[in-house]
Design a binder for this molecule. Structure first.
Ligand code: BG6
Length: 303
């Protein structure tokens, strides 16, 4: 099921964004949160919470909501948020992410936030789930059941819904129409770009076979690729039972690099983005210690 659901990724993008992207206006329409739209206009701080892969989606959501909607955002494991004493102010909203809509820690964090009078939102894939019923408003993933325990198509869908939320909130705030149209246009072409990756299926299997004997891996990335590195390391642990640690590429020199040698490979998520040169520098540091590198890079990037 997990492999099948990986290949459903492009379809998940299409299903999650269908009827929600207004390409001409460069806006997103999210019916499920219209009931709280007045409250959301007054929100100046968002707390995103979830567990496992949903939490990593939330980390990416933080970067998107800050960069594209200009909203101060923090992310917390639900299992931490429910026990610490968070300081909530009236202009704070809680955004929970949960594929199943039943994860106990996430549900408990929502109940804590409701007790403190926060507006609670949810992104979930199961209509009528407990979380869907308990939050004030929310957005469904609409990707059909995810059978695999390890989240795959749901993770991709969560990122799309978070991007749509950032677009929706951003256009109500400072985001220009041209920027909104650019994002809307990219969402439309994303599924075909994802399908291009499937052409490398055999290549990916060959790399997996080549690296199947190692016991430890570091997964690294910067900015938007950092939560992806964490998610990649989680998948290696929970699917292949091999030890992997996700780390921000900029931080690995402050300690973890000490473990690197020819027996401790690294995986870098290194697209041509705003932190590409910095990430290349980190890769050089790894190579200087004979560390092997698997790079996930922009097509055609020979470096
Ligand atoms: C964990 C799963 O038990 O729960 C993860 O192994 C999942 O794959 C996490 O991301 C959160 O689940 P949900 O349904 O709240 O997104």
């Amino acid at each position: 099921f997990m492999l099948k659901e990986i290949f459903e990724g492009p379809e998940a993008v299409e299903n999650s964004s269908r009827g929600r992207v207004m390409v001409k206006e460069g806006k997103a329409k999210l019916g499920g949160i219209e009931s709280v739209s007045q409250k959301l206009e007054k929100i100046n701080r968002l707390i995103i919470t979830g567990c496992g892969t949903a939490y990593y989606a939330g980390m990416l959501g933080k970067y998107m909501l800050e960069e594209y909607a200009g909203i101060a955002t923090e992310v917390d494991n639900a299992s931490e948020l429910r026990y610490r004493q968070p300081i909530f102010s009236p202009d704070t909203a809680l955004l929970s992410i949960s594929q199943s809509g039943e994860t106990a820690d996430t549900l408990a964090a929502i109940r804590e936030a409701k007790k403190m009078g926060l507006t609670t939102l949810g992104i979930t894939n199961v209509v009528g789930s407990t979380i869907a019923r308990e939050v004030d408003a929310g957005v469904y993933n609409h990707i059909g059941p995810e059978i695999g325990v390890a989240s795959t198509k749901a993770f991709i869908s969560q990122l799309i819904v978070l991007l749509l939320l950032a677009l929706h909130l951003g256009r109500d705030r400072k985001m220009s129409a041209s920027e909104g149209k650019q994002i809307a246009a990219e969402i439309a072409v994303l599924p075909s770009k994802m399908r291009r990756i499937f052409r490398f299926k055999e290549k990916i299997e060959e790399i997996a076979r080549k690296y199947s004997e190692y016991d430890n891996f570091l997964y690294m990335g910067r900015k938007y690729s950092f939560p992806i590195a964490l998610e990649g390391a989680l998948k290696l642990k929970e699917i292949s039972y091999m030890h992997a640690e996700g780390y921000s590429a900029g931080e690995m020199k402050h300690g973890p690099i000490a473990m690197i040698d020819e027996n401790f490979p690294s995986v870098f998520i290194a697209p041509r983005d705003s932190v590409y040169q910095k990430t290349l520098g980190n890769m050089e540091e790894i190579k200087a210690r004979d560390g092997k590198i698997i790079a996930i890079a922009t097509e055609g990037d020979e470096r």
